[in-house]
Write a protein that binds this ligand. Structure first.
Ligand code: ADP
Ligand code: MG
Length: 392
């Protein structure tokens, strides 16, 4: 038994009961149904989604649960057990909702825009994905709400339509840029597998991730660092990538070659493009290594990916670098920062019997460096968003 206090995913049946009970107390009626949508952690492929590249995320066992009931009028009420400040408004107010409720109200708005006849609804969400840790609590929230509303309205569930509506909610209503990886994996993941998403082809396919068979755990460390510059940093990286594609005369960096990138004269733009082109190749290499169950090779690719993000793309930070280096020193097969960067989380592939030692080593290293305490969780690849109550 592990003695490490991990951030718990929670028992789905407990979370369903909690959100049902809170819904009845808040709104005075039973919900019609409850859905569950997972957060995610990306194995490899960072900032490649908006460059029409490849990503390889995994759905977390940590998820958001959304309870819903249709109303007789057109009002929308939205609450969360993780936030104060419930939101209420009519159909015209949905697209101008602010704060956390923008993610949920935005989904109801975007479903209407996509032609789903959404009446008034009461919604309550409750989940275990850490907020703002780079593990996509935002997509978990959006996807749980999107699936709940569609199921309650009774329209056939079209997962691509839901993905597109959730992306619109996040970009147009919440005002947060997103490349689409988070919503796609939350709605399309499968248990025991990562999801290879190709943003040029618009396709996705499961890639088996037999961690248990290999005696490995996927350890996620949330540095709890949220740099204020994150939004500006993300937009700047996107702009650099667009500038690189323009300079090379290609529609996106997916079409660029490493030799053409290497010849670029602007140092910063060349290094940004180098990361994207080599990172897309590393996603391919990871898929090949996983098929061969060559975990040492996966570890090597993780190290190369981290170095590329630290040195060329410049999206790491001191806390992420310490978490990654310490994990490897303490016995991880490989480690890298994951997500958008400038804080957030790192991942490490760790032999099961080394997990406690790696966690302790990271905690000690954080104290020694004068950082605040990180949080850890274990990512066993879970299923996509689904209806969980009433039992389907
Ligand atoms: P991440 O997606 O990595 O967790 P984001 O900044 O994209 O970080 O999204 C986090 C935001 O999403 C939170 O600050 C909050 O506004 C909203 N959010 C996510 N989950 C919930 C929840 N269960 N209840 C209320 N708001 C949530
Ligand atoms: Mg997010």
């Amino acid at each position: 038994m592990s003695s490490t206090p991990f951030v718990a995913a929670g028992e789905p049946s407990d979370l369903v009961e909690e959100v049902r009970a809170a819904f009845a107390e808040t709104y005075g009626v039973e919900p019609a149904l409850v859905t569950r949508a997972p957060g995610r952690v990306n194995l490899i492929g960072e900032h490649t989604d908006y460059n029409r590249g490849l990503v390889l995320p995994v759905a977390l066992p940590h998820a958001t649960f959304a309870a819903v009931a249709l109303r007789d009028d057109d009002q929308v009420r939205i609450g969360s057990l993780e936030q104060d400040e419930p939101w209420t408004g009519g159909p015209d107010a949905l697209s101008s909702a602010t704060g956390w409720a923008a993610y949920a109200a935005g989904v109801v708005w975007a479903l209407g825009e996509a032609g789903i006849p959404v009446p008034g609804v009461d919604l309550l969400v409750h989940g275990t994905v850490p907020l703002g840790a780079g593990l996509s609590s935002s997509a978990a929230l959006e996807c749980s709400v999107a699936l709940a509303v569609c199921a309650a309205v009774g329209v056939p569930v079209d997962r691509q339509l839901l993905i597109d509506a959730c992306i619109r909610a996040e970009t147009e209503v919440a005002g947060a840029p997103t490349g689409g990886m988070d919503q796609t994996v939350s709605l399309r993941a499968s248990s025991g597998a990562a999801l290879l998403i190709d943003f040029d082809e618009g396709t996705s396919e499961p890639v088996a991730l037999p961690l248990e068979e290999a005696g490995l755990a996927l350890l996620v460390t949330d540095t709890r660092v949220k740099h204020a510059l994150v939004d500006g940093g993300y937009a700047e990286r996107r702009a650099d990538c667009e500038a690189a594609a323009d300079a090379l005369g290609v529609p996106s960096l997916r079409q660029a070659t490493l030799s053409s990138v290497s010849a670029m004269t602007d140092d910063r733009v060349r290094r940004r493009a180098t990361h994207i082109v080599t990172e897309i190749e590393r996603v391919r290499e990871t898929v090949t290594a996983l098929a061969a169950q060559d975990w040492d090779e996966v570890g090597r690719i993780f190290r190369a990916s981290h170095a590329s993000m630290r040195d060329d793309f410049e999206i790491s930070c001191a806390e992420l670098d310490v978490a990654v280096a310490t994990a490897v020193e303490a016995g991880a097969v490989g480690a890298r920062m994951t997500g958008g960067g400038f804080g957030g989380s790192s991942i490490a592939l760790v032999p099961v019997d080394r997990v406690d030692a790696v966690v302790r080593a990271i905690d000690v290293a954080f104290v020694a460096a004068g950082f605040g305490p990180p949080a850890h969780l274990l990512a066993s690849p879970g299923p996509a968003a689904e209806l969980v109550w009433p039992a389907p």
